[in-house]
Design a protein around this ligand. Structure first.
Ligand code: HEC
Length: 155
């Protein structure tokens, strides 16, 4: 009895549960997305130091860890942190332009661009110590960050 009740509940939850967590309030969405981007930028900085600038010795494991972290951010479902009412027309502590909500197609495009570039970065890093290939894909990820910032982040 208990067991079948459990499986029924599980089956129902698989069908009906679209949101994975309860919607966060506006303040938490803003803080969490800012932290996520800061964390991604910290990891981009590691790759820049080792694969581009060369001011830190190249370490394949550290590059993979950084690429994994960036890909995790990009593929985490960040869209959930861009809910209605979270732009700068309604809040002082954010740089999200309100245009974000008028251009859903563009928002999708830049988000997908980021996810694809970051996933490829992870693949390149996982494929071994090719520093030049990592540097090239790092630059592609950087472009995907900029594509979104140019469109939706205020100066
Ligand atoms: C889909 C759009 C988008 C992508 C892709 C994106 N960003 Fe951002 N980023 C934003 C927006 C919007 C803000 C402003 C968020 C806010 O203030 O609420 C921001 C803010 C930031 C901040 C400041 C965080 C803070 O505390 O205010 C940093 C740093 C940053 N992004 C780095 C990056 C890096 C590095 C990448 C790529 C690896 C990246 N972003 C990709 C849209 C994006």
């Amino acid at each position: 009895m208990r067991k079948s009740g459990f499986f029924l509940a599980l089956a129902l939850s698989l069908v009906t549960a679209t949101p994975v967590v309860a919607q966060m309030d506006v303040e938490d969405q803003i803080n969490t997305r800012q932290s996520a981007f800061t964390f991604a930028a910290w990891n981009m900085g590691k790759i820049k130091s080792q694969a581009i600038d060369g001011d830190v010795a190249y370490n394949e494991q550290q590059m993979l860890a950084a690429a994994n972290a960036i890909a995790s951010v990009a593929n985490s479902g960040l869209g959930a942190l861009f809910g209605p009412g979270t732009a700068m027309d309604k809040n002082d502590n954010t740089k999200l332009k309100p245009e974000f909500f008028d251009k859903p197609e563009k928002a999708r495009e830049v988000a997908i661009g980021f996810a694809q570039a970051a996933t490829k970065l992870q693949e390149v890093a996982a494929n071994g110590g090719d520093k030049a290939a990592l540097a090239a894909q790092f630059s592609e990820v950087g472009k995907s960050c900029k594509a979104c910032h140019d469109e939706f982040r205020a100066e």
